[in-house]
Design a protein around this ligand. Structure first.
Ligand code: ADP
Ligand code: MG
Ligand code: ZN
Length: 492
């Protein structure tokens, strides 16, 4: 524990943090929210634009049904109630990335209300973080400050992102620490990925998070004054920024001061938050109903249709993995973080009939290699079928567990099946007692001292003998058979 961590947990003995998160997620639609421009990241600046998303006079918005469906998926997957009628609103402000001078959003009547996301709770249970609302809105463009010939003198603006559909998901102030915030974001991201509503890529900005935080004395009922932290571009930054901000607020209160309600910016390099502006109020934005769009009406049939199209979601899948496959909750949690990984695991488990072995291989080997290669499971050259066959080769006694690790490495690079590698390289496990007997005898003959020690009572030395035999056979000997032969020879 570092000094900083120690003092942080010290603060928590007296003060309780209260946190609410606002998460913006870009929706994976083909087009933008109100025009037919492609919704695509990474294209050359200002190539995916049209009169509507550039805010040219006379251009009118037309709502994308696909975007509404994806937002409804997110709402239903987080147990929110989709409203039969929601209203588009203009949020007015000036910024160079907002050519219309207003953002089309939802304000008084958002798309969906009151849901929850499950996070791990105490003692292996779960806890609900309640959502207040989910509303839809359009994204703004993006200012560019570097990477073009005149960037030393001027900034540029790229409107490709302008008009891209977003959902904003707002929690109740239910989170009680940086850890909770991290768990909530992980759970929410897993859900959005499962339902293919967003790719949740924080580096590319398709998932963004603002954190509201206050502290109160333990036992107090009233919430303290909150600050809102912006510029959080990874889950780890969210946790670090919260930790810093909680400590700062406690220090302010302890020194007799008062926390000021304001917006603060996280500076990752300095590891601290700094005041950015006093908190804006809703009336500053002059919200009013969008005159160019009718109210959004969602029929019961539409909601039902979307509900039925949802896949099994991470919490349910996690429970099923523990109940149906008998996995420890930890394994089930890791394996269900991504739908593709969960599918992969289930294929391996089906192939082998041994869920725990499948889980071990996927968690310890597949996920480790993917991390090393910074790759996605979709790019994995080892198919679940061939990993399943590898596990069966071990369980059938054809190869040892140790050799299997080498075979796996080779499968990883070449994409070959395990059988081909084992046959070509002569890796079949030696289980034949007569063949191994000779090696056992050789080892014993070459090590009279160890033999004497063993016979003198140092029984633990058996492991050393097994190791010697394994070495001589290039790891191919069946350790169980070797053990039996050694015991027979040494104890006689
Ligand atoms: P605004 O519209 O000004 O951002 P909201 O009332 O919509 O304010 O709240 C935004 C977020 O702040 C929500 O996630 C909410 O849970 C959280 N929040 C509200 N009050 C507090 C508080 N005292 N401490 C921490 N978070 C809070
Ligand atoms: Mg806000
Ligand atoms: Zn457009």
């Amino acid at each position: 524990m570092t000094v900083a961590e120690q003092s942080f947990s010290g603060l928590l003995a007296e003060y309780e943090p209260v946190i609410g998160l606002e998460v913006h997620a870009q929706l994976l639609t083909r087009t933008k929210l109100f025009c037919s421009c492609p919704n695509r990241f990474g294209d050359p600046p200002n190539t995916n634009v049209c009169p509507v998303c550039l805010g040219l006079p006379g251009a009118l918005p037309v709502l994308s049904r696909e975007a509404v469906s994806l937002a409804m998926r997110a709402a239903l997957a987080t147990h929110c109630t989709v409203q039969e009628e929601s209203i588009w609103a203009r949020k007015n402000y000036f910024y160079p990335d907002l050519p219309k001078g207003y953002q089309i959003s939802q304000y008084e009547k958002p798309l969906a209300l009151e849901g929850w996301v499950e996070i791990p709770g105490e003692g292996g249970g779960t806890r609900r973080v309640r959502l207040q609302r989910i509303h839809m809105e359009e994204d703004a463009g993006k200012l560019l400050h570097e990477g073009f010939p005149w960037s030393a003198e001027k900034s540029g603006v790229d409107f490709n992102r302008g008009g891209v559909p977003l959902i904003e998901m707002v929690t109740h102030p239910d989170l009680r620490g940086p850890e909770d915030a991290f768990e909530y974001l992980s759970a929410l991201k897993a859900i959005l990925l499962y339902i293919e509503a967003s790719d949740c890529n924080m580096e590319e900005g398709s998932l963004r998070c603002d954190a509201n935080v206050s502290v109160r004395r333990r036992g107090a009922e009233a919430y303290g004054t909150r600050t809102e932290i912006k510029n959080l571009n990874s889950f780890r930054h969210v946790a670090r920024a919260l930790e810093h901000e909680i400590a700062r607020q406690v220090a302010v209160i302890e020194s007799g001061g008062e926390v000021v309600q304001e917006t603060r910016l996280w500076n990752a390099d300095r590891g601290e938050t700094a005041s950015m502006r006093s908190k804006e109020e809703a009336h500053d934005y002059r919200y009013f109903p969008e005159p160019d769009l009718p109210p959004l009406r969602v029929t019961a049939e539409w909601t039902e249709e979307v509900q039925h199209s949802l896949p099994e979601l991470p919490p349910e899948r996690r429970r099923r993995f523990t109940e149906e496959h008998g996995l420890p909750d930890y394994d089930a949690g890791v394996l269900t973080q991504s739908r593709a990984v969960a599918d992969y695991f289930e294929s391996v488990a089906r192939e082998t009939g041994d869920a725990k072995a499948a889980s071990n291989w996927v968690m310890n080997d597949v996920l480790r290699k993917l991390k090393e290669d910074d790759a996605d499971i979709a790019e994995c050259r080892v198919t679940p079928e061939s990993l399943g066959r590898l596990v069966k080769l071990i369980e059938g006694g054809t190869i040892s567990g140790k050799i299997a690790k080498d075979v796996f490495e080779k499968m990883w690079t070449s994409g070959e099946g395990p059988q081909a590698i084992v046959e070509r390289e002569g890796l079949v496990q030696l289980s034949d007692e007569d063949a191994l007997q000779a090696t056992v005898a050789e080892v014993l003959e070459a090590s009279p001292d160890q033999v004497a020690a063993y016979r003198g009572g140092k029984k633990a030395a058996i492991g050393w003998f097994v190791g010697q035999v394994m070495k001589k056979t290039g790891g191919k000997a069946n350790p169980r058979v070797v053990n039996t032969l050694l015991k027979k020879a040494l104890d006689s």
